[in-house]
Design a protein around this ligand. Structure first.
Ligand SMILES: [Zn+2]
Length: 243
């Protein structure tokens, strides 16, 4: 049984190859495959698409519990972490392994049962003990539907939410101080923004007053539009759903 391993990373490829080429592992998979058609109604090997459909059909059924148990037996035999569950399940049915089956990081959901029919599922990513910083970053990027954008561009530079929040509150607090005197609002806002610009530009390594000139670093000066966009972006964020 030759498994096609479609994984780019050399280290993860080696880890997967060591397992799927192991003779005892191959023998176990072949033994399990013998009864899969009778038990689950599919004859391996099936394609990636067929596998995805099969897993969707099985979702939260009694059959899935039985399959999970088969996978667990194989995993325990080889003393592998839980992140191998998907890989083992895939090899039971398919002759192809791809990036989605990586044993380094697997997306799961934590299920809380409210009653027999209601469940709240919170997705999370589970990592193998030997996952590197890069693996973690890749997995989180790949599972991005659940992440919140922490950085966005304004003008020529990229600023963090931390800075925009700070600007937003400086402007808002200045506006709140003037109370009902609406005619002063534009000048107050402008004054607050100018103060922010001065504070930021004074810290610029090339033009700032707080440090001596350091030509090895880039200019970090900002202008009026940078602050305005930052404040606007943060205001919008306050009224946007976090999902
Ligand atoms: Zn500068």
């Amino acid at each position: 049984m030759k498994i096609d391993i479609q994984i780019n990373n050399e280290r993860i490829f080696a880890q997967v190859a060591m397992l799927v080429e192991n003779e005892t592992f191959q023998w176990q998979i072949e033994e399990h495959r013998k009864h899969l058609s009778k038990k689950y109604g599919v004859v391996p090997p099936i394609t990636n698409e067929e596998f995805s459909q099969f897993m969707r059909d099985m979702f939260r059924t009694k059959k899935q519990l039985e399959l999970d148990e088969e996978v667990r037996q194989i995993r325990y035999f080889f003393l592998l972490p839980m992140t191998f569950n998907r890989l083992i399940t895939k090899v039971l049915f398919c002759n192809e392994i791809n990036e989605k089956d990586t044993p380094i990081a697997q997306e799961h959901s934590f299920d809380e049962y409210i009653d027999e029919k209601t469940v709240i599922s919170t997705p999370y990513v589970m990592f193998a003990p030997d996952a590197s910083d890069k693996d973690i970053l890749n997995a989180i990027t790949r599972n991005s539907p659940y992440s919140t954008p922490f950085y966005w561009k304004t003008g020529k530079k990229t600023h963090a939410i931390r800075e925009h929040r700070d600007w937003y509150w400086k402007v808002k607090e200045a506006e709140e101080k003037i109370g009902d005197e609406r005619e002063k609002i534009e000048t107050t806002r402008r004054k607050a923004i100018d103060t922010i610009i001065n504070e930021v530009n004074n810290k610029c390594p090339m033009h700032g007053e707080e440090k001596y000139i350091d030509t090895t670093q880039k200019c970090s000066c900002i202008d009026l539009s940078t602050v305005q966009k930052g404040v606007d972006n943060f205001s919008k964020l306050r009224t946007t759903s976090i999902r």
